[in-house]
Design a protein around this ligand. Structure first.
Ligand SMILES: Cc1cc2nc3c(=O)[nH]c(=O)nc-3n(C[C@H](O)[C@H](O)[C@H](O)COP(=O)(O)OP(=O)(O)OC[C@H]3O[C@@H](n4cnc5c(N)ncnc54)[C@H](O)[C@@H]3O)c2cc1C
Ligand code: SF4
Length: 571
């Protein structure tokens, strides 16, 4: 029987007072900590008689090492970094400045190069980076300030007092598969904080609790997502210039799916290559990891990768919903940053600079809250106003209807993009509605049994072991590890539904959309369908897709024991 991770009852948890707790040490969380430290230092040098302390400012990061769970393309738009650390280029790990861009529309064997690069995809002035190395560097800057980063600690629950967020509980360590304490059990801490800042990245688990508790998604468009599957390749020298950027649209996707590929030339002949598939495709048999394998067989990619070696793999979801899907970002005791809020420009496939800027604005708000000893909704609400009067809004407002324009397929999407381009993002209406991606998944009975035009996207990739890989081979290259003896952190509300309805109605799409083979339907003669769900939680790369995309919305991703997860390096 599957046993799921649940909060243990009757445990006496140590309490720790805190001024500010930042949950998540990605670009948003690290930028927030760094800016807060700058403001405290500035205040202390100007006010020798009323010093503020940094001792009780904490960052919680579930990865064992800083940056280990961060995965991105990645091209860095340096705008916010220049505001945070002027001259950062001199010391940050930047692989290459963008030197050349091209955009292609692909058919199965052919390619059509766009005569000019569409303005949103012009990347001159940006840098090719590895996000996890960049965040590691940012983290070292935070540590130099004296702010404590607790790595290997996940925020597992929010603490409330009425309608106020009063802190964060960290994960219990040493809990066995039956959800019982082991001999090495260590209870989580209750960090009782004046200000809690959620910077958990895409589909944050505490953010989800907060959004549900205060109904923060009310009146907003539903958040929509994509899943990016990425491989790093070492290619023969001279194959691609450092700083060369290629985007593709079209094949292997058909006009019913949303997405595209990127290829970024880094330093030392390393190429970042990946495919983002919108998590709003109709056919539940579609497998995003297979989409990447299909893409690599196109002559454009196959030629680049001939004689090359795949060295790393990973996957992650990203929020696509844009401005209309962003919930209120501040309230009584809390703020939400970066991808957790949905600050991502899906037209440009860029969110790092927005995550950093949101972290800076939240830090300015938290600083005022500490100075005035007031973290009420009125005080922290200033973060909302700061976002709305900053360039975050300017940038996101212009693409507020972008992704929704593609709800009726690729050609309709191009039409809406064109109209939006000439109307400052408005298009045909000021606010295009959105649909949650899982609601667009259709039942098998409504789809051609042989997959029709989508057949090549469906089911698992077999892989030839050279250019293409099956999921387990890819997964091996993510370095993923978890403590094995712990309850499953993919909490399924009703496994009966998986075994009786989902398997028949949708063909168990979790087996397809999970990029890490966590979900399997195994034979079980005792079930009417002859199948039963089984989990391999240790494989999980924390992409959050199952929490987003399961058609019945019965899967909740909760953090596993801190320290477990992928071991991304160079991703
Ligand atoms: C495939 C892909 C390609 C992309 N390409 C680009 C690009 O080229 N350029 C660009 O600008 N943007 C790109 N993005 C988007 C960009 O990566 C994100 O917008 C950015 O990383 C968001 O930063 P963040 O700090 O909000 O979240 P993240 O980078 O996700 O960091 C969140 C951190 O919080 C930690 N965490 C989460 N939950 C908890 C918890 N409960 N307790 C403790 N720790 C927790 C995570 O381990 C992680 O370290 C891409 C995204 C993807 C997925
Ligand atoms: S189990 Fe869920 S979060 Fe983990 S890799 Fe699979 S889809 Fe992603």
């Amino acid at each position: 029987m599957l046993i799921f991770r649940e909060p243990l009852e009757g445990i006496d948890r140590p309490k720790m007072p805190a001024d500010v707790v930042i949950v998540g040490g990605g670009p948003a969380g690290m930028a927030c900590a760094l800016r807060l430290s700058q403001l405290v230092d500035q205040h202390n040098s100007q006010n020798p008689d009323s010093q503020l302390s940094k001792e009780n400012i904490y960052v919680l990061e579930k990865a064992r090492e800083i940056g280990q769970h961060c995965l991105s393309g990645a091209l860095l738009d340096p705008r916010s970094m220049r505001e945070l650390l002027p001259g950062f280029e001199k010391e940050a790990p930047l692989d290459a400045a963008v030197s050349k861009e091209s955009v292609y529309f692909l058919t199965e064997k052919g390619k059509l190069k766009f005569p000019i690069t569409p303005p949103p995809l012009r990347d001159h002035g940006n840098y090719v980076i590895s996000l996890n190395r960049f965040v590691k560097w940012l983290g070292s800057k935070v540590e130099e300030t004296g702010i404590t980063i607790f790595t290997g600690f996940a925020g597992s629950e929010l603490l409330f007092d009425g309608d106020r967020v009063t802190g964060v509980r960290t994960d219990d360590k040493g809990v066995d598969k039956q959800n019982q304490p082991k001999s090495n059990f260590e209870p989580g801490y209750d960090l009782q904080a004046k200000v809690v800042i959620l910077a958990e990245g895409t589909r944050g688990s505490l953010t989800k609790q907060l959004v549900a508790k205060f109904d923060l998604a009310k009146d907003r468009n539903p958040q929509t997502y994509g899943q990016g599957v990425k491989e790093l390749w070492e290619v023969p020298s001279g194959r691609i210039a450092p700083g060369e950027v290629i985007y593709t649209l079209g094949w292997p996707l058909t006009t019913k799916e949303y997405g595209g590929a990127w290829i970024y030339g880094g330093k030392d002949n390393i190429v970042s290559l990946g495919f983002v598939t919108g998590l709003d495709y109709p056919d539940p048999r579609l497998d995003p990891q297979r989409v990447l394998q299909d893409f690599k067989q196109h002559p454009l990619a196959a030629k680049l990768l001939e004689g090359a070696k795949m060295i790393r793999y990973g996957a992650k979801s990203l929020p696509y919903g844009g401005w209309w899907a962003i919930p209120p970002v501040a309230g009584n005791g809390w703020m939400i940053l970066g991808d957790s809020a949905g600050f991502l420009n899906s037209q440009r496939l860029k969110g790092i600079h927005l995550a950093i800027k949101s972290g800076m604005l939240a830090a300015e708000t938290a600083f005022e809250a500490l100075r005035k000893d007031d973290s009420s909704a009125a005080m922290l609400g200033q973060f909302q106003s700061k976002v709305e009067s900053s360039w975050i809004k300017d940038e996101l407002w212009k693409v507020r209807n972008f992704h929704q324009g593609f709800e009726h397929g690729f050609w309709a999407g191009l039409f809406h993009t064109g109209v939006q381009q000439f109307t400052g993002g408005r298009g045909l209406h000021n606010r295009y509605p959105g649909t949650a991606g899982y609601q667009r998944m259709r039942k098998l009975a409504e789809l051609p049994a042989n997959g029709g035009n989508e057949a090549h996207l469906l089911g698992p990739a077999k892989g030839d072991g050279k250019l293409t890989f099956d999921k387990l081979t890819d997964l091996y290259h993510s370095g993923t590890k978890h403590e094995e003896d712990q309850p499953a952190h993919l909490v399924i509300q009703d496994t009966n539904l998986c075994n009786t309805r989902c398997v028949i109605e949708f063909g168990s799409p979790c087996q397809n959309f999970c990029p890490a083979n966590v979900y399997e339907m195994v034979d079980d003669a005792g079930q009417p369908s002859g199948k039963r769900i089984s989990l391999n939680p240790s494989n999980c790369v924390h992409c959050k897709t199952c929490d987003i995309q399961d058609p019945y919305q019965i899967i909740t991703w909760v953090p596993p024991e801190g320290g477990g997860g992928p071991n991304y390096d160079g991703m």
